[in-house]
Write a protein that binds this ligand. Structure first.
Ligand code: DAH
Length: 349
C-alpha cells in the first residue's frame, strides 16, 4: 500500500494552528485525499486480497481520524490557556491589615512620643528582682499575690530570684533607671504581660503601657496633665479624667485613674444630657467613670533601688492596658474577641 506513515506523523507534529490542521485533514481524508485514492486502487487488487486490503485502508482511515482529533484537542486547550481577555473586570484579592491591638499600640506610642517620651520594651521573661523586689515588694510580701504570676521552672538566681513571665510593665521602671543612670527619665514601656487570668476582660497574655517620668520638681499635676493629654488625644477632646486614692506598693500616693464615660457623658445616667427625663443608670459605667488603670508618685524606695536620690528627684508612673483602652473606645466587651483570631471580627478594623 502506497502510504508513508512517517510522513503523516511528521506533518502532524509541525502543525500549530487549527487552519493548518484542517488542510492536513483534507489532504488525507478529503474527497480526493490520500485515503480515498488508496480506496480507488482496490480495482487493481487481486480478488482474494480485496477484502483484506479494504479492511486495512479502513483501519488506517480511523487511525488518522483519531490522530487528527487528538491534535485538535491539544491545540484547543493550548489556546484557551493562552487566551487573556484584557476587558474582564479584575479580581479583588483580600487585603490584610494590622491587628487592632497593634494599631492601638502604635497610636499610644505616638501620643507619648510627641510629649518627648522614649518608647522601650523590656524582657517578657523577667527576674523577680525587677518584677517585685525593686518595686518595694520584697520576698514574701503579700502584695506579690495580686500579680497572679507564672513562674518559670528554672533554678533560682542568688541575687535576682526566680524567673517569671513579667506580670506588669512596671518591671521596666528599674531597668530604665539603670539604663539612663540619671534623670531626666521619660519612658513609655509597651510590652506583653502574663497573669493567671481568663475571663471577659482578662486574658493570660495581654499588653500594658507604662509611663515613667522622673526629674527635679515633678509633682502630681504633671501626672494628671499627661494622662489628661493622653485621654483627650486617644478617646476624644470632651473626655475628662480623675484620680481616685488607691494603694500600690511602688507609688505613694497611689491612684486609680478614671476616664469619663462617653455613653452618659460622665453623668452615670442613660440619658446623660437630660437626667430629669430618665434616671436609669448607664449600663456601661454605672457611675459616670470608667477605670483606666493605676498610677501614682514613684515611691522613694523605688527611686533608691534605681540609684536615684529621692531627696533630689521625684517622679510619677502609671500602668494601663491598650486592650482595655481599645475596648472602652469602641464598646467591645469581650477581650477574647481581640485574641480569638476570628476573621469576621478582625475584618471590621
Ligand atoms: N503595675 C500595676 C498593675 O499592673 C499598674 C500600675 C499601678 C503601674 C500604679 C504603675 C503605677 O506605674 O504607678 O497592676
Amino acid at each position: 500500500m502506497n502510504y508513508d506513515e512517517k510522513k503523516f506523523l511528521g506533518k502532524l507534529a509541525q502543525i500549530e494552528t487549527l487552519v493548518d490542521l484542517e488542510d492536513l485533514r483534507i489532504e488525507y481524508l478529503g474527497r480526493n485525499g490520500i485515503i480515498n485514492q488508496l480506496l480507488k486502487k482496490i480495482v487493481e487488487i487481486p480478488p482474494d486480497e480485496k477484502k483484506g486490503y479494504g479492511v486495512e485502508v479502513n483501519n488506517l482511515k480511523n487511525r488518522i481520524n483519531q490522530l487528527l482529533d487528538k491534535k485538535k484537542n491539544t491545540l484547543n486547550n493550548r489556546m484557551s490557556a493562552e487566551f487573556f481577555d484584557k476587558t474582564l473586570p479584575g479580581k479583588e484579592y483580600p487585603k490584610g491589615s494590622l491587628h487592632p491591638i497593634s494599631t492601638t499600640i502604635e497610636q499610644i506610642a505616638s501620643i507619648f512620643q510627641k510629649l518627648g517620651f522614649i518608647r522601650v520594651s523590656y524582657p517578657e521573661i523577667e527576674w523577680e528582682h525587677f518584677a517585685f523586689e525593686t518595686l518595694n515588694m520584697p520576698k514574701g510580701h503579700p502584695a506579690r499575690d495580686d500579680f497572679e504570676s507564672f513562674f518559670v521552672d528554672e533554678p533560682e538566681d542568688k541575687e535576682r530570684g526566680r524567673m517569671v513571665l513579667t506580670p506588669h510593665t512596671s518591671s521596666g521602671q528599674n531597668r530604665e533607671m539603670l539604663r539612663l543612670k540619671k534623670p531626666p527619665i521619660r519612658m513609655i514601656n509597651i510590652a506583653k504581660c502574663y497573669r493567671r487570668n481568663w475571663d471577659a476582660t482578662h486574658a493570660p497574655m495581654f499588653y500594658q503601657f507604662e509611663g515613667l517620668c522622673v526629674d527635679k520638681n515633678i509633682n502630681i499635676t504633671h501626672l494628671k496633665g499627661t494622662i489628661e493629654y493622653f485621654a483627650k488625644k486617644f478617646f476624644g477632646p470632651d473626655r475628662q479624667i480623675r484620680l481616685r486614692p488607691h494603694h500600690f506598693q511602688f507609688t505613694e500616693p497611689s491612684f486609680e485613674t478614671d476616664i469619663s464615660c462617653n455613653i452618659c457623658k460622665g453623668t452615670g445616667f442613660v440619658n446623660g444630657l437630660n437626667k430629669k427625663m430618665d434616671k436609669a443608670k448607664c449600663r456601661v459605667c454605672k457611675s459616670g467613670w470608667l477605670e483606666l488603670g493605676g498610677s501614682g508618685m514613684v515611691h522613694p524606695s523605688v527611686l533608691k533601688a534605681g540609684g536615684i536620690d529621692p531627696n533630689e528627684y521625684t517622679g510619677w508612673a502609671f500602668g494601663f492596658g491598650p486592650e482595655r483602652c481599645l475596648m472602652m473606645k469602641l464598646g467591645i466587651d469581650e477581650i477574647r474577641d481581640l485574641y480569638g483570631g476570628d476573621i469576621r471580627f478582625l475584618e471590621q478594623f
